[in-house]
Design a protein around this ligand. Structure first.
Ligand SMILES: *[C@@H]1O[C@H](CO)[C@@H](O)[C@H](O)[C@H]1NC(C)=O
Ligand SMILES: *[C@@H]1O[C@H](CO)[C@@H](O)[C@H](O)[C@H]1NC(C)=O
Ligand SMILES: *[C@@H]1O[C@H](CO)[C@@H](O)[C@H](O)[C@H]1NC(C)=O
Ligand SMILES: *[C@@H]1O[C@H](CO)[C@@H](O)[C@H](O)[C@H]1NC(C)=O
Ligand SMILES: *[C@@H]1O[C@H](CO)[C@@H](O)[C@H](O)[C@H]1NC(C)=O
Ligand SMILES: *[C@@H]1O[C@H](CO)[C@@H](O)[C@H](O)[C@H]1NC(C)=O
Length: 665
């Protein structure tokens, strides 16, 4: 509407005087501005869910805001013991590989049946179109963590009947000869779970936990490929993103085991297939066991049975690990992908089927606490570009959780295990850095902000700290056994994100190995080191260039003294690290890569003459082009210039730090 009006106003054929048009346009702009600035930013009213515009482009990256700005450091990082790299969302090298795909489209005819609310339902639409639909249900039964079998068929299963299993193959026929065949997942009625009480005294935060994970998605890839989802999470749900979330090792288990167990694979008993003495993973101290003791319903699931985090290289579980366990469904459907359109199960995309399944927990257990974790690989494991195919569905999932009020008493965590590992992206310096910085976002319900403001404040502050999957484990502990919001004791390798993590925390404290550590490294450069010559030349030329138009007033500056110089680089171990030998669920990697630094950052403090101006500057050396770059925003004058620039004060106040008036010489 608005667009049409503006076009109309701008059209030369519209018979309105130019001045009137301009006035109307200006008035409109002011009203729009007032409307935007008056609308509440933090929480959107429940009755009017926010709907971001479709197909919108990437949001503009945040400006650098710290007082000492630098082009390759993240905001606020300069003083930290772990300065993060400031990675460009649209890095040129990375964008070479960027493709946006369309949303997955599935069968046009809606699925005939559903298992919503634990009840088998034949839809009105199907019943209207096809008379007398009769369905047989074949329960999917566990034989092991690697094999499922079909149970006795439940013949002519009646509409409206409760289900007693989570997963079924469904085969229906109708009088018109039409047939329907699909697999369906839902949450069964289970009296034992419904009656379960906490077996330990719980002093927790009394909230549900919803964890949604994606394979191989860096923080920035999440922003690039899932703009709708991310926008809704950050701007509508008020979700908080951790900017220094760093991996602990290579592959999915290296991220997920520390989260779920609090330990690395190497610290646990041998569970690798084919290794002497290897046992299944049942005995590990899984966090869901604690949630179960605390009275929670538990659910864990992965969409890709073949790549299962604990089954690909490891022996998997003998017993079903959580109350609801999606793996049996993944195992059942994987051989039948070819029966459906790509990435679909009938009319629903597979990535939505797993999300729908977890959402059902909220309908079956409205009065119980719930802990769930779904981890999806299908659309990101091989190629991040495919993620754009699920953005709309993922966004709709979040919106539904929100509008249906399931988030009202839940902490929502969205995360990835690591960045892209297989694509060409990873051969670039930025790709290597992105790989080490997976996505991690956390969102609290509205009441939580009022009841626990210090938790929220700490988490916000911790977005600028180094954090790891060990911390996520500690945080999950805190949800059932809350111990406070004081300063975190970083002598422990994992600390709760609800505590205040001090700035000193670095990869040593957090036990992140050097080749996984994305903190940048500062090293001192001697003032008379020849590498500084072109750097200092760039600085002084830039200063004098600024004052050139006022040469009759401002003196030409020289360098009097270099006070200190440091160079900041990606740590060498990161660049050298190449790949794992065993297909992405591996333990260790090779260290023989030859990716070169693409840029170095020189931080130089110097004194100029005349006037003894004290400057902090950051010069970027682009190595490929052998080009020095110094931007205005990367210069700070750190002592007073007082009256020394009085001669340009009124003419160009920007020049005051750089101009020493000749009349003072
Ligand atoms: C099946 O039952 C549901 C209510 O449980 C009802 O809405 C639906 O119309 C029924 N379908 C048929 C085909 O009768
Ligand atoms: C958060 O950081 C700000 C500035 O860095 C600091 O003033 C404040 O005390 C911190 N809050 C907490 C709870 O640590
Ligand atoms: C809760 O935390 C305290 C302090 O860390 C610990 O002593 C206690 O055993 C924990 N309780 C449970 C149920 O985990
Ligand atoms: C911090 O943790 C370490 C190791 O667990 C412990 O030895 C130390 O006493 C703790 N410090 C404080 C102040 O609690
Ligand atoms: C000097 O400034 C001019 C414009 O004012 C610009 O075109 C030129 O690139 C600058 N030279 C240096 C070395 O900064
Ligand atoms: C600054 O210096 C100029 C030249 O010496 C003088 O005319 C002017 O009064 C001074 N201004 C102040 C505020 O000291």
């Amino acid at each position: 509407m608005t667009k049409r009006y503006i076009t109309l106003l701008l059209s030369p054929r519209t018979p309105i005087a130019l001045l009137t048009r301009l006035l109307i346009l200006a008035g409109g702009a002011i009203i729009i501005y007032l409307f935007i600035s008056a609308s509440p930013k933090s929480f959107v009213s429940r009755s009017e869910p926010y709907i971001p515009p479709p197909n919108r482009d990437f949001p503009v990256d945040k400006p650098v805001v710290n007082p000492f700005k630098s082009p390759i450091l993240a905001p606020g990082a300069a003083k930290s013991s772990c300065p993060f790299p400031r990675l460009e969302l649209y890095d040129k090298e990375i964008m070479k590989f960027y493709i946006k795909h369309n949303r997955v489209t599935c069968a046009v005819e809606e699925n005939w049946v559903s298992l919503h609310r634990g009840v088998f339902t034949i839809t009105e639409a199907a019943a209207t179109k096809h008379k007398n639909i009769r369905c047989d249900l074949f329960p999917v039964l566990k034989e092991s963590d690697f094999k499922v079998v079909e149970g006795e068929p439940l013949k002519d299963f009646k509409n409206g009947t409760r289900i007693t299993h989570d997963f079924f193959r469904v085969a229906c026929t109708a009088d018109d000869g039409a047939k329907y065949h699909n697999w369906h997942a839902g949450i069964r009625h289970d009296e034992d779970i419904l009656k379960r009480k906490a077996s330990v005294k719980v002093k927790g935060l009394d909230v549900d936990v919803i964890m949604i994970g994606l394979d191989s998605t860096s923080r920035l890839a999440w922003q690039r490929h899932l703009p709708l989802t991310r926008d809704y999470f950050v701007n509508v749900l008020n979700g908080i993103e951790m900017e220094g979330y760093n991996i602990l090792g290579d592959g999915t288990p290296a991220a997920i085991m520390p989260i779920l167990i609090g330990k690395r694979e190497e610290e646990l008993h041998e569970a690798r297939r084919g290794y002497p003495g290897a046992k299944s993973v049942d005995d590990f101290p899984w966090i869901w066991k604690e949630f179960k003791q605390a009275g929670y319903v538990t659910a864990w699931g992965e969409d890709d049975a073949h790549l299962g985090t604990f089954q690909y290289r490891l022996l998997g579980f003998n017993d079903q690990p959580t109350d609801h366990y999606y793996r049996y469904f993944s195992l059942a459907i994987e051989p039948h992908y070819g029966d459906f359109q790509q990435y679909c199960m009938g009319s629903r995309p597979r990535h939505a089927v797993i999300q729908d399944y977890m959402r059902e927990l909220f309908f079956l257990y409205p009065k119980k606490r719930k802990w769930s974790f779904t981890f999806q690989s299908e659309l990101s494991h091989q190629d991040n570009n495919k993620l754009s195919q699920m953005d709309d569905d993922f966004y709709e999932h979040l919106k539904r959780l929100h509008v249906e009020k399931h988030l009202d008493n839940a902490i929502l965590i969205m995360l990835a295990d690591h960045g892209a590992r297989f694509s060409k992206v990873r051969a670039t310096a930025q790709g290597k850095q992105e790989e080490r910085m997976p996505y991690f976002g956390i969102r609290f319900p509205e009441w939580f902000h009022k009841k626990y403001p210090q938790i929220v404040q700490n988490v916000r502050n911790n977005t600028k700290r180094l954090t790891t999957p060990f911390d996520v484990h500690e945080t999950l502990h805190e949800i059932i056994n809350f111990t406070g919001t004081e300063k975190a004791n970083i002598s422990n390798r994992g600390v709760s994100l609800f505590k205040a993590i001090p700035e000193e925390r670095n990869c040593d404290w957090a036990q992140v190995d050097p080749h996984w550590c994305s903190c940048m490294e500062w090293s001192e450069v001697n003032a008379d080191d020849p590498v500084l010559k072109p750097v200092v030349e760039t600085i002084i030329t830039t200063f004098n260039n600024y004052t050139e138009p006022y040469r009759s007033e401002c003196a030409v500056l020289k360098v009097k003294n270099i006070k200190s110089a440091n160079v900041l680089k990606i740590n060498e171990a990161v660049l050298k690290f190449k790949d794992t030998s065993d297909g992405g669920r591996g333990r260790f990697g090779k260290m023989d890569d030859t990716t070169q630094h693409s840029k170095l950052l020189y931080q130089v403090n110097l004194i100029t003459d005349p006037g003894d101006g004290l400057f902090e500057t950051t010069v970027t050396h682009h190595l490929k082009e052998n080009k020095m770059e110094l931007n205005k925003k990367d210069i700070s004058r750190t002592n007073k210039y007082g009256n020394a620039s009085h001669c340009v004060e009124m003419k160009d106040s920007f020049l005051r730090p750089y101009c020493y008036c000749k009349d003072l010489l």
